[in-house]
Design a protein around this ligand. Structure first.
Ligand code: C5J
Length: 219
């Protein structure tokens, strides 16, 4: 299957390709969550929900592999690097009480995935302590066991966890395709640049497309 993408068409191998949805968590996306508490405009991320729902439904309908990630830490914070805890000099930081439970702590309401994209019991959820989904997780082993060589990467935020994960995946030999309407940043300029960085120089980290191109190929 050949898909319209930049910088050149992407050859989709459905049985070897997984949909990897990054950090669509309540604290990043929901009004009243931690992201909004920090002054961010969550509508910049929420516009990705509908296209992600469509893509997820089609992907599931085709019987293909889906994985989800969540950024967060153990309740005892033993896996939280001190540098990450104090970064930003915010009054409220990771592990503190936030609007939807302790911030970025596993098991808290705000740490969970939004209901619109909630994982099925059969879909692996990768809990990651860092920005990249490969660091300190079993993602690579799971993908290798499934015979996956390509990733469609969606989620938030484009310039942070999506970009870090695409770079990590690229270095491990995966071909990454990023549908631009399914990834979001609180900052429009970072959205544009985050995508440019992936597709520049002949696709130095991967390909960028619209989700419609993937939907059309799968239908
Ligand atoms: C993610 C962040 N998921 N921006 N985290 O991108 O801190």
């Amino acid at each position: 299957m050949t898909l319209d993408a930049e910088p050149y068409p992407f050859e989709l191998l459905p049985s070897r390709c997984a949909l990897l949805i990054i950090d669509m968590q309540r604290d990043f996306l929901e009004p009243g969550g931690f992201g909004e508490m920090l002054g961010n405009d969550v509508s910049q991320l929420r516009r990705t929900i509908e296209p992600n729902q469509k893509l997820l439904a089609t992907w599931r309908g085709a019987g293909l592999t889906v994985l989800h990630t969540r950024e967060g830490h153990r309740p005892d914070l033993a896996d939280l690097p001190p540098a990450k805890k104090i970064r930003g000099r915010s009054k409220t930081c990771i592990g503190d009480a936030g609007p939807m439970g302790r911030i970025l702590v596993r098991g808290e309401a705000g740490h969970d995935i939004i209901p619109e994209l909630y994982p099925l019991p059969s879909e692996p959820v990768i809990d990651k302590p860092g920005k990249g989904a490969f660091f300190a997780t079993d993602l690579h082993a799971i993908l290798q066991n499934l015979g996956i060589t390509q990733l469609v990467v969606t989620g938030v935020t484009t310039e942070v966890c999506v970009n870090t994960t695409v770079r990590e995946a690229n270095d491990r030999g995966y071909d990454c395709l990023v549908p631009e309407d399914c990834v979001g940043s609180y900052f429009p300029v970072f959205q544009e640049m985050g995508l440019n960085m992936i597709k520049a120089q002949g696709g130095i980290f991967g390909w960028v497309c619209r989700s419609e191109a993937i939907l059309a190929a799968l239908k």
